[in-house]
Design a protein around this ligand. Structure first.
Ligand SMILES: Cc1ncc(COP(=O)(O)O)c(C=O)c1O
Length: 374
């Protein structure tokens, strides 16, 4: 048995995306910047891909910069804004439940003298927009709040937060690496100025992502060189990867398949409740949550030990063993999940190809695990 339930970690490449890549490999070997005949097919792939990403996010093509993935897009938003603002005592507001691709650049900017406010979350993993409003100061140069959390799937009140940011004239970034393709991510509906997506979370390959930058917002490039990407990211573009991300975005516009995923996810949860009752706890918001994510804690057990008993099931844990001690992830800790519950956390994340049979098989396998601690 091998069942893949780790789509929040990465997705397989959709065959329709692979088709675009195969034809790119066969013909588009020229440099997209070259003006001769060999440059044209490559340039077309890059610019068509950019248009498809823009259509998906509801913005203009020139507002999309290709990056190597979600981490680079997040770094570009934070550091690019820091250097462009050139503020003497800058302040950035973010949350306690961000991905390391936001936390680490914030820590770096802290070393350069930036004050960072880390907004708290409630037990479901949501921030309170009132906390954001109170944190704003005259020095705030950027607000960055993730759209949906990678571990729990909890969705943040982005529209309310971006309205507050706009009222104060502060650029607002959201990391939509997990939400894209699962819930709507149109930039004008969200009201954001910067938005991150990552190809390998939406059935494109690893190594490609994009940052949406609202027209008029200046960011200092991370990579200086020639004038690629409108002077915002130097380096010859990969037509292969840009074409792949574009196709993946075109496919991701249809959120219809997510309804089936949500049904399977809910069936999974009910199966676990039937077997484990109160011994299994849901981490994250019961409704305001990505349709594919099921983060559960088996009280009194250890997540990695549960997964070790199910070698055919690919899923993630929410705790790690450090120096003989079980440590909760910073996300679960910020939510105030008690350690004896949180240590038994397993994140199951479903995707387009997940079947009812797979879910039934995994529930049956989990049912073989003793309810109480050995
Ligand atoms: C919320 C979030 N942001 C950013 C990233 C980083 O994306 P990438 O792996 O493409 O650098 C991830 C990947 O796990 C993520 O889940």
């Amino acid at each position: 048995m091998s069942v893949y339930l780790d789509y929040n970690a990465s997705t397989p490449i959709d065959p329709r995306v692979a088709e675009v890549m195969n034809s790119a490999m066969a013909g588009a070997y020229g440099n997209p910047s070259s003006l001769h005949w060999a440059g044209s097919p490559a340039r077309e792939l890059v610019e068509n891909g950019r248009r498809q990403v823009a259509d998906f996010l509801g913005c203009r093509a020139e507002e999309i910069v290709f990056t190597s993935g979600g981490s680079e897009a997040n770094n570009f938003a934070l550091k690019g804004r820091y250097f462009a603002a050139g503020h003497k005592s800058p302040h950035i507001i973010t949350t306690r439940i961000e991905h390391p691709a936001i936390v680490a650049p914030c820590r770096f900017l802290e070393r350069l003298g930036t004050r960072i406010t880390w907004l708290p979350v409630d037990g479901t993993g949501r921030i309170d927009p009132d906390d954001l409003a109170r944190a704003i100061s005259a020095d705030t140069i950027l607000i960055s709040v993730m759209h949906a959390n990678n571990e729990t799937g909890t969705i943040q009140p982005i529209e309310a937060c971006s309205r507050i940011a706009r009222k104060h004239g502060i650029p607002f970034h959201t990391d939509a690496a997990q939400s894209a393709g699962k819930i709507p991510t149109r930039v004008d509906e969200l009201g954001v100025d910067l938005l991150t997506i990552a190809g390998h979370k939406i059935y494109a390959p690893k190594g490609i992502g994009a940052l949406y930058i609202r027209n008029g917002l200046q960011l200092e490039p991370l990579i200086h060189g020639a004038g690629h990407e409108g002077g915002r990211r130097a380096g010859t573009e990969s037509a292969l990867l840009a074409g792949a991300l574009g196709k993946a975005c075109e496919l991701a516009r249809d959120l219809g398949p997510m309804e089936q995923v949500r049904e399977l996810r809910d069936r999974f949860w009910h199966g676990l409740r039937e077997r484990f009752g109160e011994q299994v706890v849901l981490n994250g918001h019961p409704e305001l949550r990505l349709p594919n994510t099921l983060n559960v804690a088996f009280a009194g057990r250890v997540g990695s030990e549960i997964l070790a008993r199910l070698p055919g099931v690919a899923a993630s844990t929410g705790s790690a063993c450090h120096a003989g001690r079980i440590e909760l992830s910073p996300v679960l800790e910020a939510m105030g999940v008690p350690p004896h519950v949180g240590m038994g956390t397993v994140r199951f994340s479903l995707g387009r190809s997940t079947t009812a049979e797979e879910i039934e098989t995994v529930v049956a396998c989990l049912s073989g695990i003793p309810v109480t601690v050995d």
